[in-house]
Design a binder for this molecule. Structure first.
Ligand code: DQA
Length: 154
């Protein structure tokens, strides 16, 4: 298989506390579980003809390691950094370091919430951000990422 017809591969990263989706503050994050989200992304990946690999961690270093390991393996990253969005220079530097096109997503509209959620360390190193559409944010984010990768000939 040549590079031009090989399947695009996208790494989906879920940050801290997202393993609790479905039980966690359902009035904010809805009833959808992380498994539901990963299944929906898998299905969307099949429609878009991209391979999707998902990983969740509550540990900043594990997410940094996953971003480093994505180099040469995945052409794009879809990330919900959870609370690390608002705190993590390390995640931002990892994304900048591997220079893999990245889309940031959030279930909730972080700009309608507490002011500490209004700043993202990730946004300046991301292609773009989708926030506020619940689980649909991920599907929209995957579509946007794949569109970007195909437009830029990746
Ligand atoms: C979140 C928003 C963050 O502020 C929060 O810390 C999360 C989830 C979201 O998807 O809406 O853990 O990233």
């Amino acid at each position: 298989m040549t590079a031009s017809n090989s399947l695009l591969s996208v790494l989906v990263l879920h940050g801290p506390n997202l393993n609790l989706l479905g039980r966690r503050e359902p009035e904010v994050y809805g009833a959808t579980t992380l498994d539901d989200i990963n299944c929906a992304l898998e299905q969307e990946g099949q429609l878009l003809q991209v391979s999707v690999t998902a990983f969740q961690s509550n540990h900043e270093g594990a997410l940094v390691d996953a971003i480093h390991a994505a180099f040469g393996q995945h052409q794009g990253i879809l990330i919900n950094p959870g609370a690390y969005t608002h705190t993590s220079v390390a995640l931002r530097d990892a994304i900048a370091g591997v220079a893999i096109p990245t889309v940031e997503v959030h279930l909730s509209n972080v700009y309608k919430r507490e002011s500490f959620r209004h700043h993202s360390y990730i946004a300046p190193v991301a292609i773009g951000q989708i926030s506020g559409f619940g689980a649909e944010s991920y599907r929209l984010g995957l579509q946007a990422l794949v569109h970007h990768l195909r437009q830029s000939g990746k």
